[in-house]
Design a protein around this ligand. Structure first.
Ligand code: FMN
Length: 389
């Protein structure tokens, strides 16, 4: 069985579907839910997502497929929000446990195979630079999911939007408020929230804290809310080497709305692996979005070992321990926001906290989480199969 994951409209798909008659097809039925970051696919129902909306078997489907073909609209250097959503919901394909691969921290395989993957991006006049971003992105995805790139193709599609819409530059009409958006679907309990809460007191002027998850069913309301925003801080986790699908959806809505003008965009991103350098694709995607939307990318803070660093924000001496680099980065970010200036992206790793200890601690944490759900350590290694695809 070969698997196609695509984001084409019905009419677009009808034109090529004959070629894929015997393939298993995953497409957008309009009912896919965003990953909520619960890790249930690792510690509750290993290999299977806990959200039952028809997309819960993605890990098993990928396993069953001899080959995976991904067709996506080129979006800020990566996948469209639907394709990203499917990948965010597929992480059960790998194990929660970490290992070092190619000098970086990654997940161990759940299944023995290395999956061949073909990526076909559509867009209008995708530049060489953009193609390079997409190649770099899918390489990271394949490294993470133990896939092997068969080919990366680009198709010119004149129906895809290109270029930046005209934007008003009437800055005076905008209020000098800073909008902090917690884009983690873990909401109040997220590491993102912890970092934003640490940043907020260092900011001058009025602040408005918003949570993406509380707008999940009314994203247009959030877009409206952001109409007067002059400075926006997007806080988010790294999902499958990129922007989480729910955040991509917000970004695309903002881009296509009349949410015009001189918005300055800052980022606080955090991730599970140790090396903050693995956040380069995410930062680049936000920058590409700004370039395409007429917003100004002002840089931000990229935090490695986020699960540990998030907890350390509770310490009054955060600037003295392993989270020292994050404290420095938050300070730089606050200064940049207060002065409404751009900053270089700041990549913050754990300070004097060895990677092997982080991996040891993280790997011993997964069986404990599983135990809370009545699972033994060996259960986390389960290799579920789809019998009747
Ligand atoms: C669907 C999903 C995909 C993830 N992908 C990555 C990844 O590619 N690299 C990484 O370092 N961490 C990854 N993580 C881990 C999160 O980035 C990490 O747990 C982060 O601290 C969560 O932040 P939050 O609490 O603000 O949501 C992933 C988590 C989920 C739920």
């Amino acid at each position: 069985m070969k698997l196609v994951i695509h984001d084409l409209s019905n009419s677009e798909w009808d034109k090529i579907s004959d070629k894929y008659r015997d393939y298993e097809i995953i497409s957008d039925n309009g009912r896919i839910k965003s990953c909520v970051g619960c890790f249930g696919c690792w510690t509750k129902t290993p290999g299977e997502c806990v959200i039952k909306d028809g997309y819960e078997h993605m890990g098993m489907l990928i396993h069953k497929a001899d080959e995976v073909i991904v067709m996506s609209r080129y979006t800020y250097g990566g996948f469209s929000s639907f394709i990203k959503n499917v990948f965010d919901r597929s992480i059960g394909y790998v194990l929660p446990f970490f290992e070092i691969f190619d000098g970086e921290m990654h997940h161990k395989r759940r299944y023995p195979e290395t999956k061949p993957m073909t990526f076909i991006f559509r867009g209008r006049n995708i530049s060489e630079e953009d193609k390079e971003k997409a190649r770099k992105y899918v390489k990271a995805v394949c490294t993470n999911l133990h896939g092997e790139i068969k080919s990366v193709q680009f198709e010119d599609d004149s129906s895809c939007k290109a270029g930046s819409p005209d934007r008003s530059s009437d800055e005076a009409a905008l209020l000098p408020k800073t909008y902090l958006i917690n884009c983690s679907y873990r909401g109040e309990k997220s590491n993102t929230m912890r970092f934003l809460s640490k940043l907020a007191p260092a900011l001058e002027g009025e602040i408005k804290m918003l949570s993406l998850v509380s707008y999940s069913e009314q994203i247009d309301e959030l877009v409206k809310e952001l109409l007067p925003a002059k400075k926006i801080v997007l806080g988010m986790p790294l999902y499958v080497d990129g922007v989480p699908s729910a955040v991509l959806r917000l970004m695309q809505k903002l881009e296509s709305s009349d949410n015009a003008g001189a918005k300055k965009i800052y980022v606080i991103a955090n991730m599970g692996f140790y090396e903050s350098s693995q956040l380069t694709n995410l930062m680049s995607m936000v920058k590409s979005w700004c370039d395409e939307s007429g917003f100004t990318y002002c840089g931000g803070l990229a935090i490695g070992a986020g699960e540990m660093m998030g907890m350390m924000t509770a310490s009054p001496n955060m600037d003295k321990g392993p989270a020292r680099n994050i404290a420095v980065g938050l300070c730089d970010l606050a200064n940049a926001i207060n002065e409404a200036k751009p900053m270089e992206d700041f990549y913050a790793d754990a300070f004097k906290f060895p990677r092997f200890l982080y991996i040891l601690a993280a790997n011993s944490g997964w069986p404990k989480s599983g135990k809370l759900n009545g699972l033994k350590k060996k259960d986390l290694y389960k290799q579920p199969e789809l019998s009747n695809v």
